[in-house]
Design a protein around this ligand. Structure first.
Ligand code: EPZ
Length: 447
């Protein structure tokens, strides 16, 4: 569906799809695998890349303001490249070079985000609100589920409908036509990162004020809010559970820098902990990973945080833990699988409950193949720590489950082969290269 009159009707802007793929970035083959020899404590310094979950909404927000947006420290990942392709499909020009993503949305001339792209990355739905806000129309595929189960988007749709979008579902697509968004008072019983981002973006150009009660306060969301304010949006209450967005006529393009990836940072801390190594993570924000630092300290790690770095020394053997995942600033669900790998070799019995996703446990049977002793009861895992894990062939199933298998393989006796690591490459930039630089015996092969 092309956007209506009064918008850009130039022929499809010739945009270099290839440029959306960062040069030099290994294009992951569908069946790459990792071979890992366990038993080496990690040592050294590792730079943390830009945050995937902060970059994706900011990339979509570029649709709100015509012009060239410059996003710096954007991680080179399958997911950010997918978002670039979605934007190009809409007619934007995207250049992605050396972690700088230039997005020119002057000539956006379509409002359709197709199923074949959206199904590969749920966050593509972030274009919905901006398209409705700027073009008064959208046709965005429903994202469907993910590796571990249903991922509803009702809070996104209810919020936009409360603002007057009157969205229809037509053959698997979310459709909005001649939409004029108006402010609304929206209350979320469930904290939703995506819905908070979606509604906040749409509300920047709506008439009147939108209030979100029960808003997410993840750093990715407060950062999105800061970027929108820098574009000219009027937002109060960022970082609190009640955010107010006062609509404005138009926004300006932005030059911004993406915050460090707190989940990548926390994953490297867990990797140092599980191997009993000593690692410094650079370019991170210790405040964003406070919940993980607390749990790893409880597990017996020695951790020192500087302004932009954290140094960790792992214990000979981690102590058992009890973890309940919570919305930020609680313990992140995106670290649940990685901490389960650590608890697999802990001294004692650990209990991990995921209160955010009740079915995010596809890593459990794969960890069991490495010798982990885990029993599941609904959304609670009981992990009886073992002295040693044994290397074996295993299969990655989603981004964080893959990271959990890498951590377990780093400490397992012998060789582990992890297949389908395209899952890993969706959310971690050059994880194998960064681990090898810390002394891990890890090799990427073509299966
Ligand atoms: C974001 O997903 C992250 N993704 C996820 O990270 C992360 O696990 C999740 O937030 C929770 O922190 C990105 O930011 C791209 P939610 P999102 O809406 O926004 C329910 C990773 O590994 N819900 O906060 O989709 C939902 O089922 C990924 O990087 C509804 O019921 O998560 C869940 O139980 C995986 N209806 C809870 O809310 C909705 O409309 C929190 O989900 C939306 C969500």
């Amino acid at each position: 569906m092309d956007v209506g009159a009064g918008t850009h009707t130039q022929p499809h802007a010739p945009h270099a799809t290839e440029s959306a793929r960062a040069p030099g970035a290994k294009k992951t083959q569908p069946m790459d695998a990792l071979i890992i020899e366990g038993g080496r404590p990690l040592a050294g310094r590792v730079p943390i890349s830009g945050a995937k979950n902060a970059a994706l909404p900011v990339m979509a927000a570029a649709l709100l303001a015509p012009g060239e947006h410059v996003l710096r420290n954007v991680p080179s990942l399958a997911d950010t490249r997918t978002m670039a392709r979605v934007l190009e499909k809409l007619g934007a020009r995207v250049e992605f070079n050396d972690h700088v993503c230039r997005i020119d949305t002057t000539r956006v001339n379509s409002v359709e985000a197709p199923y074949d792209l959206v199904r590969t990355m749920r966050a593509s739905i972030y274009v919905l609100g901006p398209l409705l806000a700027r073009f008064a129309a959208a046709r965005v595929s429903l994202p469907g589920g993910c590796a571990w189960g249903p991922r509803p988007v009702n809070l996104h749709l209810e919020g936009l409908n409360a603002m007057g979008a009157a969205l229809d579902i037509d053959h698997g697509y979310i459709v909005g036509k001649s939409v004029k968004l108006a402010g609304a008072h929206i209350r979320h019983e469930t904290v939703s990162v995506g819905a908070t981002a979606q509604i906040m973006m749409a509300a920047t150009l709506a008439s009147g004020t939108t209030i979100i009660e029960g808003a997410a306060v993840e750093p990715d969301i407060t950062e999105l809010g800061r970027v929108l304010i820098a574009c000219g949006a009027r937002i109060d209450g960022l970082g609190t559970r009640t955010v107010s967005i006062h609509g404005v006529e138009r926004l300006q393009p932005i030059d911004c820098t993406i915050i460090p990836d707190r989940i990548e940072a926390a994953t490297f801390l867990a990797a140092a902990a599980i191997t009993g190594g000593s690692v410094t993570i650079d370019h991170c924000d210790p405040e964003h990973i406070a919940a993980t630092i607390d749990k790893l300290t409880e597990a017996g790690c020695d951790i020192h945080a500087g302004p932009r770095e954290v140094t960790i020394s792992g214990p000979v053997r981690p102590a058992a833990l009890k973890i309940d995942t919570q919305p930020y600033p609680g313990f992140p669900t995106d670290m649940q699988a990685q901490m389960m790998a650590l608890c697999s070799v802990a001294d004692g019995t650990s209990i991990i409950t995921d209160t955010i996703y009740l079915d995010r446990f596809t890593h459990v049977p794969e960890l069991a193949r490495l010798g982990a002793r885990i029993t599941l009861d609904q959304n609670t895992a009981t992990i009886d720590g073992v002295e040693r894990l044994q290397g074996a062939p295993v299969m990655a199933t989603d981004i964080r489950a893959s990271a959990a298998l890498v951590l377990a393989a780093l400490v397992a006796q012998g060789t582990t082969r992890i297949s389908r690591i395209y899952h890993l490459d969706r959310g971690y930039e050059a994880l194998d290269q960064k681990l090898a630089a810390l002394g891990a015996r890890i090799e990427r092969i073509k299966e």
